[in-house]
Design a protein around this ligand. Structure first.
Ligand SMILES: *[C@@H]1O[C@H](CO)[C@@H](O)[C@H](O)[C@H]1NC(C)=O
Length: 290
């Protein structure tokens, strides 16, 4: 469930008239999603992009929020996956000081500014973060009275989420932590609020977790360890995303930090997708200091 909670970033669950008996909140029971009474609920979701450059949900310059919400319900959907721009979480200035209007104006999208003025004037002068919240709340309340909506926010703290930097693993929604249950300082993924503080110095290539440095193994598939002293690995950030942490072994092999999905332990493996194979998915090897 944790994984789901962090990956989803922001989900809104909407129940239609036919499901007025659904009682919230939803949770998981084995492989099923169930309501508060333990009854199984099936989600039919639409993806509503809000993570693009203006960091405002798409389409609000074209139609009022309320009519888009109603349209979604009329299509038989009961769930909206509102994508969340990571920048809103990591950059307080962007989230709290830049308004919707300014965000579009910076991008010279003046038509969208007047479109939002016409269709959704209430959000135009809100800071981006508040517009995101307002949009989510409106989706929950602007639908017909025969429809019940409840919202579930994950990472609900919003900007300034963390008081420390952590090493985030976007594809799982988890963060890197130093597992105390092992004698050796094993590095694994766990819930972000409990993650250990992390820093990366790109000039020196030293990645520190809990003040200890990452010691990468010399052989592919082996665990990454933490240590103090001279064995700190010098990590680089290959690929344009800067999300691959790579290093050279003593044999000159290029390896990257990776995750063993069976137990969420951080390991080193050959770097994925360094060729231009469009079908290749490198996301499991992506990490980002947030
Ligand atoms: C945060 O957002 C502001 C406003 O868009 C921008 O000027 C600044 O460069 C951003 N900071 C970072 C670290 O990206």
């Amino acid at each position: 469930m944790d994984r789901f909670v962090y990956v989803c970033l922001f989900f809104l669950f909407i129940s239609s008239t036919s499901k007025l008996t659904t009682s919230y909140p939803l949770s998981t029971k084995s492989r099923w999603i169930v309501d508060e009474k333990g009854q199984r609920v099936k989600l039919a979701c639409v993806n509503w992009p809000a993570h693009l450059q203006p960091t405002v949900a798409e389409g609000l310059s074209k139609q009022p929020l309320d009519s888009i919400s109603k349209k979604i319900i009329s299509m038989g959907c009961n769930c909206v996956r509102l994508t969340w721009p990571l920048d809103l979480m990591t950059n307080d200035t962007l989230a709290l000081k830049v308004t919707v209007k300014q965000s579009f104006e910076i991008l010279k999208l003046f038509e969208d500014v007047s479109g939002i003025q016409t269709h959704n004037p209430k959000i135009l002068n809100l800071p981006l973060f508040n517009a995101f919240q307002a949009g989510a709340v409106a989706r929950m309340t602007s639908t017909p009275s025969s429809v019940t909506l409840t919202g579930k926010t994950c990472m609900h703290a919003g900007p300034g989420l963390q008081s420390k930097n952590v090493l985030f693993h976007p594809s799982s929604g988890l963060c890197v932590t130093n597992s105390p249950s092992y004698k050796l300082a094993t590095v694994r993924l766990g819930p972000c609020p409990k993650a250990d503080p992390c820093t990366f110095n790109p000039n020196k290539g030293i990645l520190r977790i809990n003040k200890m440095c990452v010691e990468a193994p010399n052989v592919a598939g082996q665990k990454v360890k933490l240590g103090v002293g001279t064995k700190c690995s010098k990590l680089g950030q290959i690929a344009a995303t800067k999300m691959h942490f790579s290093f050279k072994t003593s044999n000159g092999l290029l390896l990257c930090l990776d995750v063993d999905e069976r137990d969420n332990i951080v390991v080193a493996n050959p770097c994925k997708c360094l060729t231009k194979d469009a079908s290749c998915d490198p996301a499991i090897q992506w990490f980002k200091v947030l």
